[in-house]
Design a protein around this ligand. Structure first.
Ligand code: 13P
Ligand code: SF4
Length: 346
């Protein structure tokens, strides 16, 4: 089996597609490049353009659509994605797409969510090793343990979970609807899994008593409140926007907290002169061209899982129709209930 990203993959791609950098292909893709030229140097686009062209042609041939998370690199976000968004938007879009093939550019739980919602479609992920520290922190057995500890309390699980954990939960939530979902529960005590920081941030905005699993996002726990206070000292006019996967004391330093889409909308609507996006750093790059008046300051942490998805692997995925995401049909039915309940309460 040829592994995504391997030398063998590269040489097979080179023998099937014209991937040599050329001025002609650069020109052909100029309109796409214009959307990201503030953050992608011309020399880099020269290399990306042949992949962008090949992927966009292959999508039509294979009846495929690319759903991409906001953390994808700018060349994916602007170059080949048909739809971009946060976890909730991607899940909703997966229920609507007409194409037979979904290529999920994001991490594995996102591709699994698309498969759960569209079992009749072929769902591909360009690198199945693109995991998530939150999804890996909990199993269905752990959910049963939480239920035993807090009998009768409903389980709200973040979509950053495996299908088996979703199937064992009552309802899912994302960072954009977590407070509303928790408030809609018919119980004063709510179990939230697996992100302990999201749960503590939600607890500050609800009257419900929240008990939680102590999972963490390996990217967002790296941000420190002290670091933000330092930024404030030197950049007092900068607006700080933090993702709710950050620790509570980090979110407390922020002027606004929201999902990746919520953060993007905030910047587009308010156009602060200087902004700190306290989240994965591809986000700032992806919107930089749309808001030229905004200066993006650090800090910057990359998600090593999201970064596994590359143009090369997307092309390989479409060319070979791999790696297909398979979810056990019985488990998918149960997991779908939890995801659908969330979508229906939107
Ligand atoms: P969003 O739902 O806000 O896009 O977050 C997903 C995620 O994995 C953030 O780390
Ligand atoms: Fe998971 Fe964190 Fe990466 Fe999001 S940023 S995919 S929560 S590890």
């Amino acid at each position: 089996m040829i592994l995504p990203g391997s030398t063998e993959m590269k040489s097979q791609l080179a023998s099937h597609f014209d991937l040599e950098p050329s001025a002609a292909i650069f020109k052909e893709t100029q309109k796409i490049y214009d959307r990201a030229d503030r953050v992608i140097p011309e020399a880099d686009w020269l290399r990306y353009a042949p992949y962008v062209k090949a992927i966009n042609e292959l999508k039509k041939e294979k009846d495929a659509v690319i759903l991409a998370h906001n953390y994808m690199t700018p060349q994916i976000f602007h170059g080949v994605a048909d739809f971009v968004g946060d976890s909730l938007q991607l899940a909703i879009e997966a229920t609507k797409v007409k194409e037979q093939v979904i290529v999920q550019c994001g991490v594995h739980f996102m591709a699994e969510t698309s498969k759960i919602l569209s079992p009749e479609k072929t769902v591909l992920i360009p690198d199945s090793k693109a995991g998530c520290s939150l999804a890996e922190s909990i199993t269905a057995k752990d959910i049963e343990g939480m239920r035993a500890k807090y009998p009768g309390a409903p389980v709200v699980s973040y979509v950053n979970t495996t299908a088996e954990v979703k199937a064992a939960s009552d309802i899912c939530c994302t960072s954009s609807n977590a407070v509303d979902i928790v408030n809609s529960m018919d119980s004063d005590l709510v179990i939230m899994t697996p992100d302990g920081h999201l749960a503590q941030n939600v607890a500050k905005e609800t009257k419900k008593k929240i008990v939680y699993w102590e999972g963490e996002c390996m990217v967002h726990i790296e941000f420190k409140a002290d670091e933000l206070r330092e930024y404030r000292k030197y950049e007092p006019d900068a607006v700080i926007i933090a993702h709710p996967e950050c620790p509570v004391d980090v979110v407390a330093e922020a002027d606004f907290s929201g999902s990746t889409a919520g953060m993007i909308n905030y910047v587009k609507e308010n156009k602060p002169e200087k902004v700190l996006l306290v989240t994965e750093c591809s986000m700032g790059s992806n919107i930089a061209d749309e808001v030229p008046e905004v200066h993006f300051l650090g800090p910057c942490n990359l998600c090593p899982h999201m970064q596994k998805i590359t143009l090369e692997k997307i092309l390989w995925s479409l060319h070979t129709m791999t790696e297909e995401v398979i979810v056990d049909p019985d488990m998918a039915v149960k997991a779908r209930l939890a995801v659908q309940r969330m979508i229906d309460r939107k």
